[in-house]
Ligand binder design. Sequence first.
Ligand code: ACO
Length: 335
Amino acid sequence: MEGIKFNQIGVSFKGSGSYVPEQILTNQKISQKVDTSDEWIKSRTGISERRISSPEDNVTEMGYKAAQTAIEMANWDLKTIDLIVLATSTPHDLFGSAPSIQAKLGANNAVAFDLTAACSGFLFALITASQFLRGRSFKRAIVIGADQLSSFVDWNDRRSCILFGDGAGALAIEATSEYDNLLGFDMRTDGDRGSFLNLQSKNDKNSIIDNIDFLRGGFSSIQMNGQEVYKFAVREVPIILEKLFKKTNYSSDKVDWLVLHQANQRILDSVGDRLKIPREKILSNLEKYGNTSAATIPLMMDEAIKNNRIKQNDIIATSGFGAGLSWGAALIKWG
Ligand code: ACO
């Protein structure tokens, strides 16, 4: 597309940011709590440690800090931001945390709302925001992925507690009439398989008065069928990416970076192998952060942009997948 005058509105990528809490929970420390070992966790998942939010580090704080860095990189006047979309499953306020982020930033002209799609959340939010830009409704948007799953993990369940950590990442995107660097995307949901991964409300039955019952708000812990989620990811992610390559006339050998939701190193390697994308093009930082849900993709991208791995005009194939079950993919040209 480059060089060709583009009569539609496209998306350009202007900035990235991220934030992780300071508290580090290593595999050794987890093994003091549940019957596991550093060796087991590392060999099955690739994870060595994860970050855990302190009481001061909620999704609003983390998302705000990630957004602020992305805005600094984009060099935007805060008043010019039209839209803030926060992907999260763990808002600080169930009515939505994005408005608090808008207020903390001082981005007074932006409309701000939350979007929930678990580990696919960031990708779904990026695509949603992009449609507002392409549709000429808004010019500048901040897309944030932030989650604090440590609050919802069952810290006595060794099958799931080893996987998750907290963090946030953000991208700044802008409408342009010159080109479209969101080269293509696809999104899928299969609610029939939703029971493989849940964070459901508690059935805490109470009565208001006689014969009028209600359920007190509150959530249980993450319930996961790890093997089924694993099978789902290694099957569906290559399929959706293959289809996207076909639709956009790209192929996996034209991809500079594969940025997958950081769930498990074995999933990353398996998807890369199926797509014939060599290991050195598969970005991974889950060793340090584990699975930060909606935050993994922008957290990974920001790290790779800041240490000059992802460069201007690099082609990035990205896919998010997780609870819902939901999954999605996007092909991006950075810049
Ligand atoms: N330490 C030691 N042993 C363990 C641990 C642990 N932390 N966890 C499980 N085991 C044991 C099991 O009890 C089992 O023992 P058994 O054979 O005596 O019963 C054995 O290890 C093997 O268990 P599996 O469940 O078969 O282990 P598997 O190799 O499948 O690895 C894992 C489990 C890491 C959870 C893997 O299935 C996985 O990564 N799945 C994907 C999960 C995921 O990514 N979820 C998030 C999706 S994103 C989102 O939306 C949140």
